[in-house]
Design a protein around this ligand. Sequence first.
Ligand SMILES: Nc1nc2c(ncn2[C@@H]2O[C@H](COP(=O)(O)OP(=O)(O)OP(=O)(O)O)[C@@H](O)[C@H]2O)c(=O)[nH]1
Ligand SMILES: [Mg+2]
Length: 621
Amino acid sequence: MKLLKRRRNAVSLDSRLEGLAEAADLADGRLDADAVAGARSVVSRAGVRRSLSIDHTAVALAGATGSGKSSLFNLLSGTGLATVGVTRPTTSTAQAALWRGAGSGPLLDWLDIPRRHEVSPAGASSGPEAPAGRGVAVASGPGARTGEAVGGPEGRGAVVVPGLDGWAEGDAAGLILLDLPDHDSIESAHRLEVDRLVELVDLLVWVLDPQKYADAAVHERYLRPLARHRDVMVVVLNQVDRLTPAAAERCLKDLRRLLDEDGLAGVPLVGVSARTGAGLPELGSLLASRVADRRSWAARLAADVGTAADALVRASAGAGARTGGSAGSSPGAAAPPGAGVRSGSDAVATVAAPEVSVDGLAGPLTDALSEAAGVPTVVEAVAKAHRHRSVAATGWPLTRWIRRFRPDPLRRLRLSTPGARSSGGPVGRTSIPVTTVVQRSRMDTAIREAAGAASTGLPAPWAAAVRQAARSHGDELEDGLDRAVAATSLGPVRRPVWWRVAGLAQWAVFAAMLAGALWLIGLLGMDYLRLPQPYLPTVGELPWPTLLLTGGILLGLLIALLSRVAAWLGGRRRARGAARALRASIGQVARELVLDPVAGELSRYRRFTEAVTVARNGDGG
Ligand SMILES: Nc1nc2c(ncn2[C@@H]2O[C@H](COP(=O)(O)OP(=O)(O)OP(=O)(O)O)[C@@H](O)[C@H]2O)c(=O)[nH]1
Ligand SMILES: [Mg+2]
């Protein structure tokens, strides 16, 4: 059952860590760099911690100078290993007491604690320093617990703590107890050491005393930012022997209130005395049960993941990574524990990704880009070119050739004719008049509007990322549009059949007209030379040559006129087709260079919110 629970939690922590890693990757370059770095450091720290002994639980005694950390350390370990002094601060480097510490070496190496002491139930020997740096010295056994509870020159009282007797039998097997220096030290090295270890250990025991339990230093700098770490924290009010029972009760009540305000409701709070041993059994069994559970390491990592995810969410909402609580609480202090991954008792905004689609933005953007790319000019040229060619093919033969001296409107724009385009050669620049300032500003406005519409409802940093994405290919846009226009097929390659028919008809009619004209000239010549008039066939009253000449002229003009009407209609149709094709090409460019990057950023935001939600809401804690 326990195994099952363990496995389920482990999987959950896995996915939360995956979520955090993914959220950090997705937030990279978009959100506050501290929050991203904090999340990444949690992921890498978690990777290391899980590879180390999970049968050992590193528990740190942390607190202000003189609160009694070393005294409690000695009492719990039943040794006199830690120096308890009158001058402050006393402890300057952390040391560890190990209960069944075999196999904990790499974990202690990672924690960088060279001073380690195995607490031997046998009580064989004792030694304050580890031989050869990282070896393990064997400290005194449980018997010492009755003699050196509060060491130091001024207070070696004989304290018997019967509640801790079981520890010798293995209740505390796997415990690594760390005595830390003071967090409020005048020595910056002490603070650095505390911050470093507070970030790494599995369980934190905050040792407060009646004088300084309400100090802002500990509440603002440590407790409040660690609100997510409720399950891996124990608060101890030491030195209760200095107070009357009633005063001790009032003091504990006040401390509980402060802890609740810190967001640490439910955190175990124990009143103890290192001098009399009061409360020690309760603290001892609390620690023993956490150690026996072997889950603190995972709970700690889960809390770190939650805190880092909170920081990302806060950064995503447009706030900085740090809470107000960390600011100015200790001027000149070193980086706080978990810098950039701080949580707080303040409510962290929830994240919800709006469903924004870029499809609706394509229309207006394409319109504006089409305008800027000179599509109206090209469309007009397509109509004109069709009419131009149509007239050249079907016009009255006598005037048709004049057309050939007029340039083709499409060629003038260096847009290859349909025939030339099909050759598949490289696409060069067109000669469409360069984008004017007005067009360019319309284009910019259209892009800005598209970005604005796409980022509606997005928090500021992501809206900025969307705007940035919309502009990311701004340099390529003009060129891309020009190419798109140049590469678009502007109409069918085939010349319409009716051009040929009309052209042939024009020639036939022209031939008839010519025949009539020559005939009349012949008649005129014969009349001039007074030759007898030949037989003149007529249609009704009209002689044939006259009919041929006038009919040819009229019919030629009529065909030309009808052809023009057809050409005008055809030009309009082709212009529409070209407009459609160009719009599709421009739409493609708009999609590739503007909307796809925007959609990419929107999907990035959506994936971020999903990943960060997984990181925050896992049940692995
Ligand atoms: N009356 C009383 N005095 C205590 C108690 N615990 C510790 N002391 C005394 O408080 C002083 C400081 O104790 P330490 O254990 O050295 O305190 P510390 O937290 O380790 O201090 P640093 O190492 O400077 O951070 C010593 O004189 C102890 O004898 C207690 O429960 N009751
Ligand atoms: Mg100390």
